[in-house]
Design a protein around this ligand. Structure first.
Ligand code: HEM
Length: 318
């Protein structure tokens, strides 16, 4: 919710956190986590249908971000469930009980990150939070203001990174299993997996709605918008716009079409390369296994508009 110059200052302070070299450092750990999660999932499949969301897709993003930020694995479950509750507030029409759930989660997350910052002040490490504290100490005269800025950054990173990435992981599994000819072609040509992930992002983007407040009177697609009015940009719908995509409701991994899943402009997703890497690593590892899978029950979804969330994807051996 920031504009320049505050937004530029925040974004500059983070640096290029997920550039080629930092991703190359993170990749082996992501591969190791994906292998471990798929080992557990394979074991579960030996006993009958298993939930890919619970065992794999919900886990990889929190393990990845948790390791990157240096958060203890024992906190992963708490962070995951707080983010599920918190995002209600970003929905189009949250109910009063959803808003209450979201407020409670925000308060608990604030406490968690306040404690984290206190601890990183006491014993700084090589992790991003310690680095951001060093940077913000040079940007703010006041230590409390520096702590507040780093607090927002750390909290936002967790909220931005978990459900979104989980969704692209579970959607990749679902869409490839629903389109076995694409799945088989990727087994033979794993170099095409990144392009297939782009089509998953277009076909079923994790974020379907982006909000903006007009800073001046304007017109958008022929619709007048007055200063101060909120506009909900339905980017999920834009991904299926027949004037932009041929047969938009067809899942086609050879499409190579640009999409809006990571937004656009100055707020373009900072974590896009990490999310793409996690998805590529996981799909590659999954397809390397001699597993023949099928969807054994219809996927379950959270009833939402803005943030997509598949809550269960039961798979079985065919
Ligand atoms: C598939 C996974 C992801 C999707 C679909 C996604 C999508 C988006 C979108 C649509 C925006 C723009 C929001 C707007 O314009 O208001 C955004 C911003 C952002 N995302 Fe992501 N995101 C994903 C993963 C991640 C990850 C893994 C991280 C961090 C580790 C991350 C960090 C951020 C940050 C910091 C911003 C704000 C950028 C700014 O305002 O300058 N995202 N993301």
């Amino acid at each position: 919710m920031l504009n320049s110059p505050d937004h530029a200052k925040m974004r500059r302070s983070l640096g290029n956190i997920f550039n080629r070299s930092s991703l190359a450092i993170l990749q082996p750990a992501i591969e190791a986590s994906a292998k471990e999660l798929l080992d557990t999932f394979t074991q579960e499949l030996g006993e009958g249908p298993a939930d890919f969301c619970a065992t794999v897709a919900e886990e990889l993003p929190v393990i990845t971000i948790g390791q990157w930020m240096g958060l203890p694995p024992s906190d992963h479950g708490l962070l995951r469930s707080l983010t599920h509750d918190q995002v209600h507030t970003q929905e189009l029409f949250p109910t009063p009980s959803e808003r209450a759930l979201s407020d409670a989660a925000t308060a608990r997350l604030r406490e968690y990150f306040t404690e984290l910052i206190r601890e990183r002040r006491r014993s700084p490490g090589q992790d991003p939070v310690s680095r951001w504290l060093q940077i913000w100490d040079t940007l703010e005269a006041d230590r409390a203001a520096a702590d507040e800025a780093v607090h927002s950054l750390a909290l936002f990173m967790i909220l931005a990174a978990l459900e979104t990435t989980s969704h692209v992981l579970s959607s990749s599994a679902r869409l490839l299993l629903e389109h076995p000819h694409h799945l088989e072609s990727l087994r033979g040509h794993p170099e095409l997996i990144p392009a297939a992930i782009e089509e998953v992002l277009r076909y079923d983007p994790p974020i379907h709605m982006i909000s903006r407040i007009a800073s001046e009177d304007t017109e958008l697609g022929g619709v007048p918008v007055r200063e101060g009015e909120m506009v909900q940009l339905m980017v999920g719908s834009a991904s299926h716009d027949p004037s932009q995509f041929v047969q938009p409701h067809r899942f086609d991994i050879s499409r190579r079409a640009p999409h809006l899943a990571f937004g656009g402009g100055i707020h373009y997703c900072l974590g896009n390369a990490l999310a793409r890497l996690e998805a590529t690593v996981l799909v590659t590892a999954l397809l390397k296994r001699p597993l023949r899978l099928r969807i054994s029950a219809p996927p379950q979804w959270e009833q939402r508009i803005a943030f997509r969330r598949m809550t269960a994807l039961h798979l079985a051996l065919s």
